[in-house]
Ligand binder design. Sequence first.
Ligand code: 13P
Ligand code: SF4
Length: 354
Amino acid sequence: MSPLKSNIESFPCVSEDYIRGLNQSVVAAPVVSASRKRVLIEKIKGLLKQQDAVLVAHYYTHNDLQELAEATGGFVSDSLDMARFGNEHPASTLLVAGVRFMGETAKILNPEKRILMPTLQAECSLDLSCPAETFVPFCDEHPDRTVVVYANTSAAVKARADWVVTSSIGAKLVKHLHERGEKILWAPDKYLGSYIQKVTGADMLLWQGFCVVHDEFKSGELEKLRQKHPDAAVLVHPESPDEVIAQADVVGSTTALINAVNQSTAEKFIVATDNGIFYKMRQVAPGKKLIEAPTGGSGASCSSCAHCGWMAMNGLENIATTLEQGCNEVTVNEDVRVKAYQSVKRMIDFSKTL
Ligand code: 13P
Ligand code: SF4
């Protein structure tokens, strides 16, 4: 059976097994020795200056990259603020450490800048589970619906959308559209879509994609862990399954979860998102105890380690090579970019009204 059902009559269009298999051959960046790390960091610092480049990294990337971004005047954040920072920073080259849609979003917003990524192979299961060839005809079948897509999509999918959103503003935007009487076609994350549907009451038709990492958080095991730690606050990224979200004290984007650790009176947290985020959480609240939410368990699958294999492809070695050789440049077809710009710019402008 074709993993992507080409006939839109057979919605949900993507098979779950196909999505679960997407990251099976992903290889993480190599671990470097302490001495090699020192050499690479000095080299990268020099190359960033020489090339008028700034490093923008996601919270899920390796600690070394987050540290380096901050030490060199770059930025570490969630996907919305990465886009905003890249758009406002004067550097002529943005080096985006994250996954492909983040590099593409940077290019969509900044066509005049050179956008480099440590690797162009870092994908995202949400993006891959929503190919434009299937998604565009699906939207055409539903002309009465406003098309809202998550940032974790390709430039071509963004080009078909009316709006792009990230997890930090998805519910606010859908509430706004719902109050205007609009019906929504939402893609690609079924869990985030279902969560937003619950909190806004909007009429939403949901694409059935999911994140292979967050899909692994297990609600039954989480209940047991909560009983063991009744004093812990539960923090959940909304890409997680409904039954996991239902147990959360705080549901939010990566930045919202970090803020929760910093601002909450709790001293202990169970965290259901990629464990790369622990680096920043420890930085903002050094004394607090962080516990990983339970997943399928070690050995269950390569997704069940609470860490995104594609994010792990970014490393110091490939950052140095990329800057040195000027390789891994992100390009987006200009017609597609101009269309995608409208929906991404709308998101940025809407975020400024909040
Ligand atoms: P944020 O927008 O919260 O950073 O999430 C991006 C992402 O890919 C989470 O898996
Ligand atoms: Fe995509 Fe999930 Fe990885 Fe985020 S954690 S980049 S949603 S695969």
